[in-house]
Design a protein. Sequence first.
Length: 95
Amino acid sequence: MSVLKRPIITEKVTAQGGQGKYAFEVSLTANKVEIKKAVEKLFGVTVESVHTMRSIGKSKSRTSGGKFVTGKTSTIKKAIITVAEGEAIDIYGEA
C-alpha cells in the first residue's frame, strides 16, 4: 500500500499553494520520513518540512424509513508538505 492516498483540494489548501504548502491524505501508519521520501520521488521536488495530523472518526446517526441508522466516519491522517522556495507541485495536471 502506498504512503500517499490522495491530494486534499479545498479552498484553504489551494490558497496555501502560493506559499509552497500542499496537503495530502496519507496512510495511518506513515511517518514523516516516509511521507517526505514519497513526495520527493513522486513529484521531483525538495521537501523542506512535513506536518501531520490525525482526524479521528466520529459517530453519526440518522433516520431512514422511520428507523435510526448509526455508523462511524473513517479516521484519516493528513500531511501538510512545505516545498523549497521556487518549486511547485502540479496537482491539477496543468502544463
